[in-house]
Design a protein around this ligand. Structure first.
Ligand code: NAD
Ligand code: GDD
Length: 329
């Protein structure tokens, strides 16, 4: 039986990954600061602990795992990473996790280790025009990410590659481009645009208005979590160590994402653009390399994922509303 350690198992992508690995017959240990908010983890062992603490890291990496997935990070959407208010914590917390995990893996050995970097490492100067963002993997340098979150990811990517070069560690470094789906953060300030749009639309009264940050002309692409997991699996099976974009090439403006969500809901709502943290003006995944290296690339339409996500978020909104009403009675 193959063994896997999932760091960040209580989070969005980590939670989905644990389910998939268990369905494939792995023995899985999950570790996170917290248990999963929306689903009981099927992990064989789930350790609630802090990966910034090297003693906890030595405890959870107590053997040579076949596969380690390092997804733990202090992260969130534009409202968390682009305000500047969380910069020190993001850099400190996420860098410590990666430093600790890699050093322990060096001592205990590992089959393969997967690291989730981000599209946020790409230079701002290539993402100023919403219609023509550049995100080919080799465009990362000269580096100029627009956030400290992006700089930490770039540092940590380099750390994984250094452990590969100096200690022969078998690494896989992916750059995720805005992954979304069910059982992800949808409120509280760390939610990303797809979940935020779903929440705002679900909460709005018929005929109401939803607020969208920025001019709404800024572009992104969004990848549904199932295809992200498929890409991770194909990447882990390949001989390529990365860096590799894992994202969708279906670029859309944020106002169009809002319109799509409204259409899915069947409600009659309008959009008001308001000031807010926007990040880069344009971003889309360049999938040339993933096609070349894996002979495959994500291809499912955004609308399909948004329909599933809207249904799930609307359910959460309704549950919360019911709970509030019960307290008020
Ligand atoms: P998430 O926030 O849902 O999951 C990250 C998990 O890490 C959280 O459950 C959190 O509690 C845990 N964590 C944070 N600090 C920890 C610590 N000190 N010790 C133990 N656990 C800790 O985020 P996600 O969307 O599932 O993202 C997973 C990974 O992918 C992250 O590294 C993120 O930076 C990266 N990524 C995600 C996206 C995306 O769009 N979701 C895009 C680019 C990169
Ligand atoms: N979160 C959010 N909430 N974003 C909104 C909202 C809202 O209510 N309204 C408009 N937006 C806009 C943001 O201003 C931004 O321009 C765009 O939607 C996308 O925002 P997010 O989905 O929050 O983040 P991002 O794409 O800029 O960056 C995310 O993806 C990266 C990888 O591609 C973040 O999660 C990063 O941490 C991640 O690395």
């Amino acid at each position: 039986m193959k063994t896997a350690l999932v760091c960040g198992a209580g989070g969005f992508i980590g939670g989905h990954l644990v389910k998939k690995l268990k369905a494939q017959g792995y023995w899985v240990r999950g570790v996170d600061l917290k248990r999963h908010e929306f689903a009981e983890s099927p992990a064989d062992e789930f350790v609630v602990g802090d990966l910034r603490d090297p003693r906890l890291v030595a405890q959870v990496i107590d053997r040579k795992f076949d596969e380690v997935y390092q997804l733990a990070a202090d992260m969130g959407g534009a409202g968390f990473v682009f305000t500047g208010e969380n910069d020190a914590a993001i850099m400190h917390n996420s860098a410590l996790i990666n430093l600790n995990v890699l050093e322990e893996l060096r001592h205990k050995g590992v089959g393969k280790v997967f690291y989730s970097s981000s599209a946020c490492i790409y230079p701002e100067y290539n993402q100023l025009d919403p219609s023509k963002p550049v995100t080919a993997e080799d465009s990362a340098y000269p580096a100029m990410p627009d956030s400290e979150y992006g700089w930490e990811k770039l540092f940590s990517e380099r750390l994984y590659f250094a452990y590969h070069r100096n200690y022969g560690m078998d690494v896989r470094v992916a750059r995720f481009h805005n992954i979304f789906g069910i059982e992800g953060t949808w409120e509280g300030g760390r939610e990303k645009a797809p979940a935020a749009m779903c929440r705002k639309v679900a909460e709005a009264p018929e005929g109401g208005v939803i607020e969208v940050w920025g001019p709404g002309t800024q572009t992104r692409s969004f990848l549904y979590v199932d295809e992200c997991l498929e890409a991770i699996e194909r990447f882990m099976r390949s001989d390529y160590i990365g860096p590799l974009n894992i994202g969708s090439e279906e670029m859309i403006s944020i106002n169009d994402l809002a319109r799509m969500t409204i259409e899915i809901s069947g409600k009659n709502l309008s959009i008001r653009n308001v000031p807010g943290p926007t990040g880069v003006q344009g971003r889309n995944s360049d999938n040339t390399r993933i096609r070349e290296k894996l002979g495959w690339a994500p291809h499912r339409p955004l609308r399909e994922g948004m329909e599933r996500t809207y249904a799930w978020v609307a359910e959460q909104v309704a549950k919360k509303q019911k709970a509030k009403e019960a307290i008020a009675q």
